[in-house]
Design a protein around this ligand. Sequence first.
Ligand code: WTA
Length: 630
Amino acid sequence: MGKDKDLNLFKLNEVILPKEECKKRAYFESYEELYRQSLEDKEGFWAKIASELHWFRKWDKVLEWKYPYAKWFVGGKTNLCYNCLDRNLEKGLRNKVALLYVNEREEERKITYGELYEHVGRFAQALRDLGVEKGDRVLIYMPNTPEAVIAMLACARIGAIHSVVFAGFSRDALKTRIEDAKPKVVITATHTIRRGKEIDLLNTARSAVEDYPFVKYLVVWNRKGNVELKENERGFYQLIKEQNRIAPAEVLDSEDPLFILYTSGTTGKPKGILHSVGGYMVGTYITTKWNFNVDTQNDVYWCTADVGWITGHSYIVYGPLLNGMTTILYEGAPNYPDPGIWWRLVQRYRVNIFYTAPTAIRMFMRYGEEYPKKYDLSSLKVLGSVGEPINPEAWEWYYRIIGGERCPIVDTWWQTETGMHILLTWAHTKAKPGYAGRPFFTVEVDVVDKNGNSLPPNHVGLLVIKAPWPSMLRNVWGNPERYEKYWNIVPGYYCPEDLASKDEEGFITILGRTDDVLNVAGHRIGTAEVESAIIEHPSVVESAVIGKPDDIKGQRIKAFVVLKLGVKPSGELKEEIRKTVREVLGPIAVPDEIEFVEKLPKTRSGKIMRRLLRAKELGMEVGDLSTLED
Ligand code: WTA
């Protein structure tokens, strides 16, 4: 990229303007010009960004691309934890609040960069002393609290690969992930807080590790303080307290693995998406800084996601800490004890940047304007959206009621696999409700047909990313075929399996997934995972799960269930099935609707035709039935 000033989006973003103003001033052209320039020298662009971070050894080559495998910052040596902590201490941020934890009871804790460094350093050394070495996996099954962040950073510090499992998942979901990742250590807490209740995690974790002798230790954050630990268990804070050494940050290769995060795919087993150190670091660093128009020194930033999902990894933990920001972690429900809780916290902490999911916005819309109106939300400058398309009504409400018609709405389309934002509605460009926006610099995105031919504007097709980007997944853990599939669906391109269309100005709108993956309240859930959970109920023979449109959650889960011969369908049985799903998979996967059926429609080869069930359910055209069995 040519002149320095061209990169200075910050400058461009200094003044945030409402939609109408943006239209008047030609901010739109600025993005186009910058984007065009970034394509001219992609590697130069990323080299410049990367050099803002600390490297123990500079890379020899920015990109090595051997389709479909990419290496970024080849030969470079760095450490993500060092960049999040040590580097910020060197910059004088020791006493700045790094993590601001608050929960639905409005209990708060503030942890400075200095304190975080101490905790992470000691915990990292403690993990070492437990025998965790570079490349070993550590599974983190924790609530959305600073302890989860400490555990993640400690792994990153010593080069252990963390795999965080969302605490809303239950026993079987946890077991599947443990079996696949084979962690040496599992880190958990006694419980998490939600809706006024303490939800057990410890017993779930204990029963999940039982069958796996490769798990040497269970580390427990004893939040209740009175739980007796077993022989192979260690106390989280005890380890920190008893440790007087700070583990040095391991000199890692840019391509060393950083974490595995499981996500749902078409088939039953979740995929362990593998990210590596250097590229992920550079990608999350710059997208946090630029896309949210952050004043990294002063802004208070709140992303309402959970560390158990990619949004939490990239935009609660790594992106904000790399930028030396204050990042809020919230534990609890968004509407408990009342639907004003989040707005009360925005007022209390003078939050400047707020990043949430459309499902939350739609829920708040239903409660009405009076809740947000009770609070002073004038500190807000930028509003982000993620996880699913934001419908124009929700957009409007978010813009008007939460943003006071002052704040741009930055929609961000991306995935566990992409690591960082790929499409966004840039804060300084014009707004288009209903669109996920345009690509981040250097990233080439298109809407194509099955053969990869670019489609004309306003035609629905497959979204593709045409070339590698730094924070892209490097592999699927233990399953390279599944990795290669991402690049084979449309030959030559990365296919996220989302349907999309593009308008004349290059704005992309997302229409939903092409595979059997549901998006329930912004959470990716595989139909196959829900089906196998339902089958665990002793009265069930078979089941098929589909998504139905839902005003708040985007999609709701409907299950068709075939019962064993002689079992009588009943309302109680439906409740029991729901309970089974809650126990084995977790509350987020519980079907909203259950219908008992005699049999399921199948293809000649025995595959369940969910498409047919969906079409019938929604009263749509059924389509080609030639492969149907009966
Ligand atoms: C969907 C979450 C429309 C999409 C970061 C994608 C979106 C999947 C948006 C990834 C958005 C995410 N507009 N759809 N702004 N953001 N999606 O891996 O279908 O949990 O493929 O990552 O969510 O979900 P994941």
